[in-house]
Design a protein around this ligand. Structure first.
Ligand SMILES: [Zn+2]
Length: 180
């Protein structure tokens, strides 16, 4: 049982059972569910535009995703790509100083720093079945990389989740792991 403070704003997906149910359908249904949870709607045209932005970001990422199918290898390749782009990636053992345990990661584009909060990653991993837990780190790194590659994306959270799903060949929409 979590404390009352931590439950604030947590969606239905926080139990593994709820996650399995939400993640069972096609990706587009999972995206709709996620958007509904956030009170957002997209026209078909807007969604196509976001997918195009994601496609361009994947081209800009320029990784051979076929040879990086192993999540640990993929995480390494993504970290190398961050370094090539001038980003320092810091894995922080303590929660985010202001936003706390729910904050997975953040990117400072000016300072070229990506911070990843390990406490939040552990929480994300708990929501996943064992065999998918090693996707958490590459999902989070690729999510932040999208913000670096497509800084002007108008729907950056949806774009970043779609990008991460594609890069990591995720069988589920990573937004379903959101705790906000
Ligand atoms: Zn984001």
């Amino acid at each position: 049982m979590m404390g009352a403070g931590e439950q604030e704003g947590v969606e239905d997906f926080h139990s593994q059972k709820a996650f399995y149910e939400a993640a069972a359908g096609p990706l587009i249904d999972q995206v709709r569910k996620w958007l509904t949870g956030r009170g957002q709607k997209f026209s078909q045209a807007a969604f196509v535009a976001i997918e195009r932005t994601v496609e361009l970001a994947i081209e800009a990422l320029d990784l051979d995703l076929e040879t990086t199918a192993d999540p640990a290898q993929l995480a390494g390749a993504l970290l190398d790509r961050c370094a090539q782009m001038g980003y320092v990636v810091c894995f922080r053992p303590e929660p985010h100083p202001i936003l706390g345990r729910k904050m997975r990661a953040c990117i400072d584009r000016k300072g070229r720093i990506i911070e990843i909060y390990q406490v939040a990653l552990a929480t994300l991993a708990e929501r996943l079945p064992q065999e998918l837990r090693n996707l958490v780190i590459p999902l989070v790194i690729s999510h932040e990389l999208f913000h670096a590659l497509a800084p002007r994306c108008r729907h950056s959270e949806l774009g970043a989740h779609l990008f991460a799903a594609r890069v990591c060949s995720s069988p589920f929409f990573p937004g379903l792991l959101d705790a906000e």
